[in-house]
Design a protein around this ligand. Structure first.
Ligand code: SAM
Length: 397
């Protein structure tokens, strides 16, 4: 159903204000020419000391603010959220799921699905996870027990899955709202490539979430040098009855691809220059989104003979030298991606307490080349006397 935006906002507000039947609402994605203060806002009905109220959770990256408001203030608060310019609104009530996507032409595409749900009003509910603990994937890889409970020894893994899926969701919602990625359909699923996939458990989690939570058709290909990982993953695909997911043995640099460009390239903890191979592969194949979590940075480390004098205080200590040059490596990678028309940011994607490999480089192809980026890369590379692997890979072709 197509509506104008004010009619869609009215429908959303009405459903949220009916507090007796309201369950939850999510506002995410950004309309062009708007700049919402928060990446995502979640509302849900709660009960405090016998009174119905509304809980609001506002999130950007890992920053989360939670507050509760009285029923009388709900409509005004919803108006405030709506004027921020979110492109995706989902309102769940006890009888239906109302979903709205606002296009760049400011048309609201509304879909309503009848579904019975109970209100879950407890006040201090544990954090809403991206995947239910009883998801078949979590059971199959042993993160959850057969009864659907997360094993105490696997809490960190479960949190890592959760953090990754949050990054994936906010990246994709934004890219879809700005028109850089199409909304997935059966005929045109999201095409995702996982380079250096290993056991691919974050990618399996992504498939489970896309299918069961977002109802997004996805087509996933994983590539790894290791035959045993590929075999294991294909067995898991078969056991879980997943369609459109397959793994092949191969080297990232020469990975074959046919048909339309990939929408998303993942390179999660691909060792050393395998990350550069993956970034270069993504650029050459015009991938729209790249999510890379680099690790084992040896390339730049091994090229630095003498540090620029001002940095001697750091480089004289092994651990500081290593960390500093890891940062130089990832800063060069981000700069090179910017110089190739990718809007790029670097952030911590899982808490450092869960894994030391927690930096993510996210690049989204906008086609706008940052005109200062190449100079910045050249200046930094020259200062350290290095020729980064990614620059070599891209200049080879
Ligand atoms: C540390 S594991 C990470 C696996 C997985 N992506 C994850 O995050 O759990 C790195 C994987 O990259 C693979 N790999 C390294 N260099 C590669 C290359 N040039 N081509 C394909 N796979 C590669 C390794 O075989 C290994 O499975």
């Amino acid at each position: 159903m197509r509506l104008d935006v004010s009619a869609a906002h009215h429908e959303a507000t009405q459903r949220i204000s009916e507090i007796g039947t309201f369950v939850s609402a999510v506002f995410s994605g950004r309309l062009s020419n708007t700049n919402p203060q928060w990446e995502r806002v979640d509302l849900r009905a709660i009960e405090i000391q016998g009174e119905l109220a509304m809980q609001i959770v506002r999130r950007t990256g890992k920053e989360t603010h939670t507050s509760n408001i009285a029923i009388d203030d709900v409509t005004a608060e919803v108006q405030r959220v709506l004027t921020q310019g979110y492109s995706n609104i989902t309102v769940t009530t006890t009888s239906e799921i109302w979903q709205c996507r606002i296009t760049r032409r400011r048309e609201a595409l509304v879909h309503v699905e009848a579904k019975t749900q109970a209100q879950r009003l407890e006040h201090n509910r544990t954090k809403q996870r991206m995947l239910m603990a009883d998801d078949p994937f979590l059971k199959a890889v042993g993160i959850a027990t057969p009864a659907g409970e997360i094993k105490p020894s696997k809490q960190d893994k479960f949190r890592q899955v959760d953090d990754f899926l949050r990054v994936f969701e906010s990246t994709l919602d934004k890219a879809m709202a700005s028109g850089h990625v199409h909304s997935p359909t059966k005929d045109k699923p999201l095409r995702i490539v996982d380079l250096g996939c290993g056991h691919a458990y974050l990618t399996f989690a992504l498939q489970a979430w896309a299918q069961r939570v977002r109802d997004w058709p996805v087509d996933i290909v994983g590539i790894d040098l290791r035959e045993s990982s590929v075999q294991r993953n294909n067995d898991l695909v078969r056991d879980l009855g997943i369609e459109s997911m397959s793994f092949t043995t191969g080297d990232i640099a020469s990975a074959q691809w046919s048909g339309e460009n990939p929408d998303v390239v993942l390179a999660l903890h691909a060792c050393d220059t395998a990350t550069d191979d993956a970034l270069a592969w993504a650029v050459h194949h015009n991938a729209v989104i790249v999510l890379a979590a680099p690790c084992c940075h040896h390339d730049v480390q091994s090229q630095v003979n003498a540090a620029p004098q001002a940095w001697n205080l750091l480089t004289r200590h092994g651990i500081l030298r290593e960390r500093l040059l890891d940062l130089v490596t990832d800063a060069l990678r981000a700069g090179i991606m910017r110089s190739r028309g990718y809007r790029t940011d670097v952030f911590e994607f899982v808490g450092g307490e869960h894994t030391p490999r927690n930096i993510m480089l996210r690049a989204v192809k906008t086609g706008l080349v940052d005109k200062d980026a190449q100079t910045e890369v050249d200046v930094l590379a020259e200062l350290w006397g290095v020729n980064p692997a990614l620059a070599k890979r891209l200049n080879e072709n």
